[in-house]
Design a binder for this molecule. Structure first.
Ligand code: F6R
Length: 267
């Protein structure tokens, strides 16, 4: 596939089709390179993607045995056995249903005694395996990718980040309220994400329509971390009709997906 001169936006009918396409792109990359270093995200949007990947493993023998995975983020202070930890989420939604070697699955350790050292160690581990080939991303209502909250430097690296009120509100439900939620997380930085060879952002539902328009068609700004993907040589944004609602250039994006040869196998 050629390098994209710009961010590519693909609009699918609904959330299921959007997640299915994201899973097929991941599967294609994994089949091309079984040693893929795959960057993963958590959250509600990704649950559908993982369901599709598990199905592809079961029905088409999609093989995870040689790949390595690096998650974007993890809360500070939660044990892996805590159902709200991202380690638990990943085990539950993907890892235990496919043939990935658990030793090849990496998440930042939010329980490390020295969190700054843990952040440096995480970056070094990514480097040790040659960098991330494909990074899956969601987007928060405040425009974050990973937990890169507004004003995260565009060159930021893996570090501890305090969560904004918008994010606390967005994620509070599963904790039974904001009061019991961790207020900090370790996250890959925007700079770390921009170094991944390919970025794939998935957003579905009307609650993401405003922020998607800002990230894709607005100015590049640290107030909307996802807008930094406009600087990336190969980023693809997949949205459903609801999340695409505020985009000005929808017809152009549709034309590209329907006509450009690189998308032929996915149409
Ligand atoms: C989580 C992460 C976050 C989420 C974002 C969207 O690992 O990186 O950036 O992708 O908060 O979350 P949902 O999908 O729950 O709306």
């Amino acid at each position: 596939m050629p390098l994209s001169p710009q961010m590519e936006v693909i609009i699918r009918q609904n959330g299921e089709a959007a997640a299915g396409l994201a899973a097929r792109i991941i599967a294609r990359e994994l089949r091309t390179n079984p040693h893929l270093v795959l960057g993963l995200a958590t959250g509600q949007t990704m649950e559908r993607v993982y369901r599709h990947l598990v199905r592809l493993h079961q029905t088409e023998k999609l093989d995870f045995s040689l790949c390595r995975t690096f998650n974007l983020d993890e809360y500070v202070g939660l044990f892996p056995s805590d159902p709200n930890s991202y380690r638990y989420y990943m085990n539950n939604h993907l890892f235990r249903h496919v043939n990935v070697d658990p030793r090849n699955t990496y998440l930042p350790n939010g329980l490390a005694a020295d969190l700054d050292e843990e952040c440096r160690r995480y970056e070094a581990t990514i480097q040790r395996f040659g960098g991330i080939d494909l990074q899956l991303l969601g987007i928060g209502k405040a425009g974050h990718i990973g937990f890169n909250e507004p004003l995260s430097a565009l060159r930021s690296r893996t570090r501890v980040k305090a969560l904004t009120p918008v994010t606390l509100k967005q994620n509070a439900a599963s904790f039974g309220g904001e009061a019991t939620m961790p207020r900090r997380a370790i996250t890959m930085g925007v700079g770390t994400i921009l170094e991944c060879r390919r970025c794939l952002l998935l957003a579905t539902g009307s609650s993401k329509a405003k922020v998607i328009a800002q990230a894709v068609e607005g100015p590049i700004t640290s107030m909307i971390s996802a807008s930094a993907l406009q600087l990336h040589p190969r980023s693809t944004v997949i949205v459903d009709e609801e999340a695409a609602a505020n985009l000005a250039e929808k017809e152009y994006y549709r034309w590209i997906f329907d006509n450009e040869p690189e998308w032929e196998e996915y149409r």
